[in-house]
Design a protein around this ligand. Structure first.
Ligand code: GTP
Ligand code: MG
Length: 240
């Protein structure tokens, strides 16, 4: 009775919402701090090194855990992970592409690892979402977009350390740079990783197999950097 009831309820309700991601493509999973404007209100501004370190630690932890993870890119309160099973049939994908598992477990692992690294009384939470991107070039565009966002965020963070919200309202990027110069501040001289973001990538020569790169190039200027990290797409007809 119990087994039969369970089978029926699972089929009628649980399996009805089971969403499986397509195979042999690129999957981007982005984790973002929940209401981090609040979580970070007492932290050093414009840039908080312990926050960035804890995010990097959590990203390293999750990258090692997720089958098929190829790289991760982090900035502000977010980290994007690239997963793929482009190798062909038989190559595993995390939770066999079960989307609900992927988003819920990734958010929970990242949150736990972040909280352990960051400590403190305040409880952190992160959301997680996945997207499927078919073309390699579009995956590059995705990371390029997040890096453009990183630079805009970091300029805004620096500007808001010197000016009020009202003073910055409607100001262009060039105007913000000028306003900073007027106060003797220069965005160009800020730490590279706070301007460009950080990459977590595999490194077989290191114990644990993954490293954080704090000195990454500007993706739009050095296309070869991302290109080398994103695997070739699966070529149909080469397997079964
Ligand atoms: N003090 C400080 N705050 C930071 C730093 N990096 C990111 N933040 C904060 O993180 C927040 C990230 O913003 P969002 O992700 O857009 O917004 P959110 O408040 O997290 O809201 P949701 O993501 O929609 O839940 C910003 O408000 C920043 O103030 C940092 O280095 N220092
Ligand atoms: Mg956030």
């Amino acid at each position: 009775m119990k087994d039969e009831l369970g089978r029926r309820l699972k089929r009628d309700y649980e399996d009805a919402l089971r969403l499986t991601l397509p195979r042999r493509t690129y999957i981007v999973l982005r984790i973002d701090g929940r209401a981090f404007h609040k979580f970070t209100e007492d932290l050093p501004r414009p840039y908080c090194r312990p926050l960035a370190d804890a995010l990097d630690g959590a990203a390293l932890h999750l990258s090692r855990e997720m089958i098929g993870c190829r790289l991760a890119y982090g900035q502000s309160d977010e980290y994007s992970f690239l997963l793929s099973d482009c190798g062909g049939p038989g190559e595993p994908l995390w939770f066999d592409g079960n989307m609900q598992k992927m988003v819920s477990v990734s958010a929970s692992i990242f949150t736990a690892a972040f909280q352990r690294a960051f400590g403190g009384e305040k409880l952190a939470a992160f959301d997680s979402r996945v997207m499927v991107i078919a073309q390699r070039r579009e995956v590059e565009q995705y990371f390029l977009w997040r890096q453009l966002d990183a630079s805009a965020n970091s300029l805004n963070m620096l500007a808001s350390a010197f000016y009020t919200h009202a003073e910055l309202l409607g100001k262009s990027t060039a105007e913000k740079h000028e306003m900073l110069h007027a106060r003797g501040a220069n965005w160009a001289l800020q730490p590279v990783d706070f301007k460009r973001g950080r990459i977590v990538r595999p490194d077989p020569s290191i114990a644990g197999g993954w490293v954080v790169d704090l000195e990454i190039p500007i993706f739009s200027r050095e296309r070869s950097f991302l290109h080398a990290l994103i695997p070739q797409p699966y070529e149909a007809g080469t397997g079964c």
